[in-house]
Design a protein around this ligand. Sequence first.
Ligand SMILES: [Zn+2]
Length: 252
Amino acid sequence: MWIAHFAPGLALKRMAPDTPLALLSLAGALPDALFMVFAILGIETIKYSDKSQDPSYRNPTGGRGSGCFPYDCDYPYTHSITGEIIISLAFAVLVTVYTGSKRWQSFLAVVLAGLTHPLFDLAVHRHDVALTPSEPPNQRHGFPLFDYPIVTFVVDLGIFLGALYYHLSTARVKGTQEHRLQTAKAYVYAAIAATLIQADFAFFGAPTTLARAFHAPLFLGQILAISWGCGLLDVASEGAGGLEKAKAGKAL
Ligand SMILES: [Zn+2]
């Protein structure tokens, strides 16, 4: 999945009020961010491979592949269940040190956001999610919703929009009528941005096959930008001064 990886942060924010939403959102997508870094460094691999153009490819239901997520990935560290548990715990420790939080619920929220990553990936990946780093590539897991781009688009976006609505509906928006209107606008802009990002992911992608040199940095940039954008949302719904803080770049 793509935009849905940022949904757990929005859904779990009320459990962790002292954790910046930007970091909580990043927790859900962190294995992907680390994978892009590892791919750029050559520790893990991402290779362009359009399954809609591969006559030998058949998914488990017998259907053809699609151009959605056109890559062969070998990522035993960032995308094995073992690796993702370690990543989630380590990131929760770092966030707790950074925020100085004394709340176990906040620590747990970061861990839970991270642990949703393998669950979401198992629903969409082309059997490349490993249980342990040593599991052979031909025995890995995943039901490839990536081979059904329209379903991927709807499910992925639906999960994000549902979490976005929940975050707004549980926000304590204070201030003037004008501030409330501005806050509502911020959520509408977020929904539009998420729709465009997910449409690009499911149906278009980048116009090149240079996965390691071009796609990996692009994905990494998107993850950081979306996490930052979620942080702005948190500030926007915080109170009368929220939008001003957001504009001043004080989302964290
Ligand atoms: Zn992933």
